[in-house]
Design a protein. Structure first.
Ligand SMILES: CC(C)(COP(=O)(O)OP(=O)(O)OC[C@H]1O[C@@H](n2cnc3c(N)ncnc32)[C@H](O)[C@@H]1OP(=O)(O)O)[C@@H](O)C(=O)NCCC(=O)NCCS
Length: 168
């Protein structure tokens, strides 16, 4: 399997993606392209080069804001800070936990984009609202920390994003 990450288009089969979380499947099918056309979020899909219409996984990014206290930093932050939000991340159910590390590939791809966005504009952290503690533990593996405001709101400071992107 030779995978690549592409911006979602109408050529991708959004209707047959199943990750085990019905609301994520439904969001991909019904909301992702709509939101993209309104420029309110961008969705990126993981595909196999041999069959690029089939979606193996996806994530969505949105420019957002957070309370400075929700994403603590060594530096003192303003009351409201720019962040980039990872709205959703999912891998097709039959490919999860099979050793392909597709979730990791997508997360690192998202982090690379977040560093670019922060370099071009702004963004003090990548923020994710985990659906449940199982999902949160996936993100914690990569250095995400729980926000003091909510255990399921996790953040990765942009300095850590840069380190992950630059790591060999
Ligand atoms: C969470 C998810 C994206 C992980 O994808 P995956 O392709 O199965 O994960 P990977 O193979 O890339 O795993 C990479 C590492 O994370 C670990 N991991 C995977 N899922 C995990 C979980 N739920 N909790 C803790 N660790 C997890 C793996 O064991 C592996 O660790 P290792 O380095 O010690 O071997 C996938 O299970 C999924 O799509 N779940 C349903 C949707 C969902 O809950 N998304 C989160 C929404 S907020």
């Amino acid at each position: 399997m030779q995978v690549q990450v592409q911006l979602l288009t109408s050529a991708h089969d959004r209707a047959n993606f199943r990750c085990g979380e019905v609301d994520l499947d439904r969001w991909l099918e019904t909301q992702a392209l709509q939101q993209q056309s309104k420029n309110t979020s961008r969705t990126f899909v993981l595909v196999d080069e041999a069959n690029p219409e089939a979606v193996l996984g996806f994530y969505a990014l949105t420019i957002s804001q957070a309370d400075g206290t929700a994403v603590p930093s060594k530096r003192s932050l303003p009351q409201v800070v720019p962040v980039i939000r990872l709205g959703r991340l999912a891998i097709r159910e039959d490919l999860q936990g099979k050793g392909f590390r597709l979730g990791e590939i997508l997360l690192l791809n998202a982090i690379e984009r977040v560093v670019e966005v922060s370099n071009l504009g702004s963004g003090v952290a990548l923020v994710v609202d985990a659906k449940h503690d199982k999902a949160a533990s996936f993100y914690r593996k990569y250095g995400f920390r729980a926000s003091p405001d909510s255990p399921l709101m996790l953040y990765l400071p942009i300095s850590v994003c840069r380190e992950l992107v630059m790591a060999p």
